[in-house]
Design a protein around this ligand. Structure first.
Ligand code: COA
Length: 320
């Protein structure tokens, strides 16, 4: 048997996103009869509005659009792609997964394709697997997609949960590189706390112990972010941008404080107009930050995703 090829380096070559045109404001939620106010949601979560997919916008169709844009941004086409990984937890049916249809939709005929379900942690897991595939030579160019239609899984009368989530997709193209562009992953899980967020057996909507998840996120995740930096050999002081999962602006603020991030670090705050889009959250926020020009191409960026499972993962990447 032939040995694994010498390790190569990997990088994110381009990003793409799909934000549904449909938009739901906090006032819209209150106007629908939900016992809440714009003021409560803004101050407790930082969310002002979220995107809502139309009936013909699916996890797969949004993923295809985001992936096609990421390929265009990378100067590649579907024919160049040999692996597609779809991070999602909101497919309507469990079998089959959606990655093969995304591959077909972008013209990546015959590409390897599989789904990753690590809920809101999913994109950072999938990015790590993509990077390893490129580094070992198992793939040359990988499309990693985070796509979610959470609004299919929300009870619109549950004010503690439905206010938080939205729909969307974003994608990254991972290719070989001369210099390291995707650092090692710091990942982990806590299955004992699985019941704190998710769709309970026999139920149809996401249920959540919000305060428990809040406590966990604000107390357990800063060490994961520090570990991702250590693994990448990067000092926190050298980080140019921080892209945490967009679950709650107060969780983001708590992480920034716990990590003592200097003022010059650009912090992704896509949550205000996007809400929590689970596996699409980190790539959507990364895409928005990269597009805003707040970080130079090549700038070291710390990603940190976490969510149901519970699962978490983070790594340092260079902005394309
Ligand atoms: N509008 C108005 N009042 C609301 C409300 C809403 N949308 N949702 C809850 N409340 C009420 C509660 O009923 C409660 O009232 P009470 O004191 O009379 O019982 C009060 O506000 C406080 O509720 P609590 O749940 O303690 O508020 P909170 O400050 O913890 O905020 C979350 C709730 C859900 C916003 C917050 O816990 C959170 O963001 N948790 C993390 C969730 C998360 O990240 N989940 C996804 C992980 S991937």
């Amino acid at each position: 048997m032939r040995a694994v090829a010498p390790l190569r380096q990997s990088r994110i070559a381009g990003l793409g996103e799909h934000r549904p045109a449909g938009r739901l404001t906090n006032d819209d939620l209150a106007a629908r009869g939900l016992d809440t106010t714009d003021e409560w949601i803004r101050t407790r979560t930082g969310i002002v509005s979220r995107h809502v997919a139309a009936s013909d916008e699916t996890v797969v169709s949004m993923g295809i659009d985001a992936a096609a844009k990421a390929l265009a941004a990378s100067g590649l086409t579907g024919a160049d792609v040999d692996l597609v990984i779809l991070a999602t937890c909101t497919m309507r049916n469990a079998i089959p997964g959606g990655a093969a249809r995304v591959a077909t939709g972008i013209g990546a005929r015959g590409a390897g394709a599989f789904d990753v379900n690590a809920a809101c942690g999913g994109f950072c897991y999938a990015l790590s697997v993509a990077s390893d595939a490129v580094r070992t030579g198992n793939a040359q160019r990988v499309v990693v997609v985070g796509s979610e239609k959470l609004t299919d899984w929300l009870d619109w009368s549950d004010r503690g949960t439905c206010i938080l989530f939205g729909d969307g997709a974003a994608a990254a193209v991972v290719t070989t590189a001369d210099e390291p562009g995707i650092g090692p992953v710091a990942w982990g899980s806590d299955g004992e706390a699985y019941a704190s967020v998710g769709v309970p057996e026999g139920d149809w909507a996401v249920r959540m112990d919000g305060p428990a998840v809040f406590r966990w996120a604000t107390t357990q995740l800063a060490p994961v972010a520090r570990r991702a930096c250590e693994l990448a050999g990067v000092d926190l002081a050298d980080i140019r941008a921080f892209v945490p999962h967009q679950a709650n602006a107060r969780i983001i603020d708590a992480l920034v404080r716990a990590l003592r991030l200097p003022e010059h670090v650009a912090v992704a705050r896509d949550i205000a107009t996007t809400g929590n889009t689970s596996a699409a959250s980190v790539p959507l926020a990364l895409s928005a930050l990269a597009g805003s020009g707040a970080v130079e191409p090549g700038g070291l960026t710390l990603l940190l995703a976490f969510g149901a499972g519970l699962t978490y993962a983070g790594q340092v990447v260079r902005i394309p």
